[in-house]
Design a binder for this molecule. Structure first.
Ligand SMILES: Nc1ncnc2c1ncn2[C@@H]1O[C@H](COP(=O)(O)OP(=O)(O)OP(=O)(O)O)[C@@H](O)[C@H]1O
Ligand SMILES: Nc1ncnc2c1ncn2[C@@H]1O[C@H](COP(=O)(O)OP(=O)(O)OP(=O)(O)O)[C@@H](O)[C@H]1O
Ligand SMILES: [Mg+2]
Ligand SMILES: [Mg+2]
Lengths: 466, 466
């Protein structure tokens, strides 16, 4: 009987801004820029536009910055601007299974909310959907008590761009150079998105231009239905309840990826359910039998076109550009599934050369092409690297630590839904299927590295004899 | 203009059940039991009742369990039962600053939702608020599309208890013994809550009874107002906007902890704001000046009565019961503040004796008296332990790994709001103030350990000479 109350999503996340990646001032700058850049790249790619991004960071006072991210994307219709920027859990990417950088409907509203929390200032948005449409300027804040947008300003404006979006946020932040800096993030982003042109203006410095290295968009990942493997019973029950199909056989074919008519027949036979049964009328025991039958038939792996891996060639090229090693290797695993979600793991490795031999190895992590700069210790990627016995491949490794040696590892997970350890999207959750795939990829390149290291030692030993 | 949609909290957390601690079957069992036990302990302590808990885990089929947690607490009024169990972000603990195990309004609804997701079964609740009131039985599910409860059953029932609550959840889970098992959790919980009597029935085994070791409740932590240190500008603006006080001087005294009339006068003088100004009428520049002035005056540390640390004596006693070492030490730091939230760090250490000398040290973590069993690598506690140079205290330590040696560390953080790395409440977020306090506590016991180890080596060396 105590004061039981509803808690709004925005109230919850103000109190928990560390869950969104805003735990300290240096990270806040990086997270805000990343959320805006991710949105711009997603929007351009979805609209079939070669992205051109402008990223500006101005220092207004000590620890007070104004960031601006501008793109040449499709723009946002004015009716949607308030909710997109002023409401958490609102967006276009959550309800479909498609590999994109964004997925939660939180990112940019969270960045704006952090700006508002630390400076009281609204987010400023300028957007235009076509040369015929007028550009609009908005100033939006989040009413954190109700998770609703408050529009402080809305007006037509002048803008030289034909279409696109510009987002400005004033916030308390800290700008540092070097490792995990926003400079490093912008550079890594430009390198891993060679189809994008980036004009980057760091505080008090000349604009740096990263020109396009390729002039076509990467193959766009297709949206798909969930794969049956790993879908929970309760989710299946929900899908059948919501299904408009008259027959369960049609529902299964339509609602899932890789359920061919033959496989659907087998499933329903094993489950003892008529193909003509109406999905909404099935009782729980019948749905349980269908759910069990999923695991008793052979279902094809998901189609590769729903994922957009970087590819071994591009991974090797990226490694060679950044590191002077004497051995390079890469592997892209075939698609796998966890909880109905297709995913794909890739690993690239560089060894020897001018890499420091007495240091712990460096591990670079990416998810859906976005570099992960924080929470390495929480990440499934790190867990997988630590779980491999690198000594069996000829490297030094103390208990409980990364191996020591002249090596760089780059790991990428592509998925229609990346399971992160928190809403800040900084580290990968430890789903067993994902850790398993990471280990398989690591052991594959590890074995080949082992051969290389052994061969190197043999040759060194023979050279010594002569 | 793509399909922009609102995402319900429950939909979001179904897709992200790993954020709630339900990523795999073994963890799911532990998380569900923990969320129910936490609620029972909080409820009993708040109502001034010496807790008696019954924890039952029945195996219905392979990987299918029915858990039940029953308490002798104050019970829940029937009007509130649907929302408490069928709606996420609904509870009595979020909006007040008081040290309790629960804080988010998510825990038990998440456990029920996971049960429903994996078995389709509702949560069953029996509750009674007094011998005069009739016990009520409910079966509740979460309508995940709308984050609303669905009551499948509601009826008066018979129950021998005078008051209390019984929660039953059927779920897919896995029961393992040993490290991080639910048996281990129940034992640790009984040990760290000596005022609680626990009857524990593991699957297919005899009931284990943990009798009370003490017969009074621990000192209850007082609810407080936020401390000014670390409160963000936007939060201050919100507080003034919502304030019913006619004068800012009254608002400051009432809305914050440790703002005495003298300190309030100083703050307003420095800020150039009249004590009679109405909080709602202050403009942003004025509030910014007040916000800056907070950092220019000396404000007392928070009162100790808003935190309930375990205490050095109880920590040492707990260590001595569990480990046969030859050296024990403990320290409880004074209260500190991060983001307006008082918190307190305690560390206990055991060394030597029969602890294994060639293993990495063991680290036990607690938050608000709840053992944290997972995500050690993500935790600020682990980060703090790794950041201390244990070699300077005479221990072995490889780069990037925990120290090696016959040592156990137990760390506890008590706070009015514990910042966790995700909604599963498994690891502590890395707020700089918290990591700093952890390090200070660790270095304090580390230094004393160093003296002890050096003395031991000296004595061994002298003994050798003779
Ligand atoms: N620059 C942009 N151009 C076009 N559309 C955009 C742009 N930025 C955001 N949007 C739209 O606004 C929606 C909400 O963005 P937001 O960053 O809050 O969430 P998200 O990208 O869907 O998920 P996440 O929380 O993972 O970032 C997006 O789904 C997208 O449809
Ligand atoms: N056994 C119980 N006896 C009395 N009240 C209870 C009991 N269990 C839950 N409640 C009430 O239900 C509310 C919601 O519980 P829930 O576990 O969902 O959230 P919480 O405990 O507030 O926070 P958290 O998500 O951190 O656990 C609690 O705040 C408490 O008021
Ligand atoms: Mg986004
Ligand atoms: Mg709870």
């Amino acid at each position: 009987a105590e004061k039981q109350r509803e808690i709004s999503v925005s109230e919850f996340f103000v109190k928990n801004r560390h869950l969104l990646g805003f735990d300290n001032k240096q990270k806040a700058l990086l997270t805000a820029v990343r959320e805006c850049v991710d949105n711009s790249l997603d929007a351009c790619e979805e609209a079939g536009i070669l992205p051109e991004l402008r990223i500006e960071i101005r220092e207004l006072a000590e620890e007070r910055f104004r960031i601006a991210v501008e793109d040449n994307g499709p723009g946002i219709v004015k009716a949607q601007i308030p909710k997109i920027f002023g409401k958490l859990l609102y967006g276009s990417k959550f309800h479909r299974l498609k590999q994109q950088r964004g997925q939660q409907g939180i990112g940019v509203s969270a960045a704006g909310m952090y700006g508002q929390l630390t400076t009281g200032k609204p987010v400023t948005i300028v957007s235009r959907t076509s040369p015929q449409a007028a550009p609009h300027l908005f100033e939006v804040t989040v009413d954190t008590r109700k998770n609703q947008p408050l529009v402080l300003k809305e007006e037509k404006t002048e803008w030289e761009k034909a279409h696109g979006t510009r987002v400005e946020i004033e916030m308390e932040a800290s700008y540092k150079k070097g490792r995990r800096s926003v400079d490093d993030y912008v550079e890594q982003t430009a390198l891993s998105n060679p189809h994008c042109r980036v004009l980057y203006s760091p505080p008090g410095q000349e604009t740096i231009t990263y020109e396009r290295a390729v002039h076509e968009l990467p193959e766009e990942a297709k949206e798909i239905k969930p794969h049956p493997y790993g879908v929970e019973l309760g989710r299946l029950m929900r899908m059948f309840q919501d299904s408009q199909d008259r027959h369960i056989s049609t529902a299964l074919k339509n609602d899932f990826s890789r359920l061919t008519p033959k496989v659907v027949d087998d499933i329903l036979k094993i489950a003892g359910v008529s193909p003509k049964a109406r999905p909404r009328d099935l009782d729980t025991p019948a749905i349980e039998r269908v759910h069990k039958a999923f695991t008793k038939v052979k279902i094809m792996a998901p189609p590769t076109n729903c994922l957009s891996p970087v590819g071994e060639e591009a991974l090797l090229k990226g490694l060679r550009l950044r590191f002077k090693a004497d051995y390079y290797d890469a592997v892209t695993r075939p698609p796998a599934v966890y909880r109905g979600n297709p995913f794909q793991v890739e690993v690239a490795l560089a060894h020897g050369g001018s890499l420091p031999a007495e240091e712990l190895i460096e591990v670079f992590r990416f998810a859906n092409r976005v570099p992960l700069q924080y929470q390495a210790s929480a990440c499934a990627v790190t867990k997988a690297v630590l779980s491999v016995d690198w000594r069996s491949y000829g490297m030094q490794m103390s208990k409980g630590a990364l191996p020591t040696g002249p090596m760089v590892l780059m790991l990428h997970i592509a998925s229609v839904w990346v399971p992160f350890t928190s809403e800040s999207k900084e580290a990968i959750a430890h789903y067993p299927e994902i850790v398993k795939e990471l280990r398989l990829a690591l052991m594959e390149v590890g074995r080949r590295l082992g051969l290389h290291i052994r061969r190197g030692k043999r040759e060194a030993a023979e050279a010594k004899k002569r």
